[in-house]
Design a protein around this ligand. Structure first.
Ligand code: SF4
Length: 356
């Protein structure tokens, strides 16, 4: 396996739009949860070197740093070790402890630089608190920071979004993820139209490119050499192991996911029962199709020669019908790689459907 994901499901409060496996008011379970997490990790043997560790959630920075430090102490070393944090949950002591434990990348959610919008979506921080946390990270020596932005938020105008992007350009984080609000069961009023939302995305693409960020994945931008190594493991269809409640793994063509409930996860690990369910066992056909979908997320697309080495097939022949159709629609371009055009970036779902 190439990467490890650790899921820390605790949050100070639950954001209105959040669909992650995260919980507020479960502080009483933190101790037991980390015992179970340690146990789950200790049951695994790590034979190959690990490229990346990603501590996500939830809000990993919400719990006492001693938990994060002890978990990292039983894991192999990795080149890139990221922790997700929320402004308002970080202190200098915490950040210094993270650095000492080997964490060299942080990921923070700004989402928008207007406090009224942040409040409307239930974020606990203000722009000022975000900025304070950002500079604290710099002061503590973090030279690799990701910031999340969102477009398509309630009451968000193009002007607001431009302001948020320009604000980030000035702060100059190494990596910016720019996602659209995904609505599940929550109904928001005053959402921007599809057209306004597209214009926000176009603005981010242009402004970030002009200011030195590479657009390397549909929603991700990085300064040269600062692409997320961890996310590239996912997009390159490499193996990873997830630990913790609801965490997913991909090993040997199998996708399996731990039970999501904290109580059930702790119980199963304590009883030494299997805590995951196998969701998919891929045959070669499904592996190739998934590879196409994942690789097409990247701006560099599918390297035809690399696919040949990996699967011993000619994907141009295998997907000839689909590729010709998509090319005619102006959604993809083909040279030594197959990749999305600007139109394809907008309509990526239509492209992916061809490989389902
Ligand atoms: S902080 Fe993140 S994980 Fe927690 S509730 Fe908000 S969006 Fe969800």
């Amino acid at each position: 396996m190439n990467a490890i994901y650790l899921h820390i499901p605790f949050c100070k409060s639950k954001c209105i739009y959040c669909d992650f496996n995260s919980y507020a008011n479960k502080e009483g379970m933190v101790d037991k949860y980390f015992d179970a997490l340690m146990q789950e990790i200790q049951n695994e043997s790590f034979v190959e070197p690990i490229k990346t560790i990603y501590i996500g959630g939830g809000t990993p920075s919400y719990v006492d740093e001693k938990y994060i430090v002890s978990i990292l102490s039983i894991l192999p070393k990795a080149e890139e070790v990221t922790i997700e944090m929320n402004p308002g949950t970080v202190t200098k002591e915490k950040l210094m402890a993270y650095r000492k434990a080997g964490i060299n990348r942080v990921s923070m959610g700004l989402q928008a630089s207007q406090n009224a919008i942040l409040k409307a979506i239930g974020r606990i921080h203000t722009k000022e608190e975000f900025e304070e946390a950002f500079y604290l990270c710099r002061e503590c020596g973090f030279q690799n920071i990701n910031v999340d932005l969102m477009h398509g938020l309630p009451n968000q105008t193009l002007k607001d979004f431009k302001e948020s992007v320009n604000y980030l350009v000035k702060l100059n984080p190494e990596h910016i993820s720019c996602y659209s609000l995904i609505l599940h069961d929550v109904v928001f009023q005053n959402l921007p139209s599809d057209e306004e939302e597209r214009n926000m995305y176009y603005y981010a693409k242009d402004a970030l490119k002009q200011n030195g960020w590479n657009h390397y994945e549909i929603s991700n931008f990085a300064k040269p050499g600062k692409e997320s190594k961890h996310n590239l493991v996912y997009w390159n269809q490499e193996e990873y192991r997830g630990f913790g409640a609801g965490a997913s793994s991909y090993i040997d063509g199998k996708r399996f996911t731990n039970v999501a409930s904290l109580e059930e996860y702790i119980h199963k690990i304590q009883k030494k029962e299997i805590a995951y369910i196998i969701e998919e066992e891929q045959d070669l056909e499904s592996k190739i199709k998934e590879y196409m979908i994942l690789k097409l997320r990247l701006i560099s697309g599918v390297n035809i020669e690399e696919a040949k080495q990996k699967f011993h097939i000619d994907i141009l022949k295998k997907f000839q019908t689909q590729l010709e159709k998509l090319q005619k629609q102006g959604l993809i371009q083909i040279d030594s790689h197959i990749y999305l055009t600007d139109k394809g970036l907008d309509l990526a779902n239509i492209v992916w459907e061809e490989f389902v």
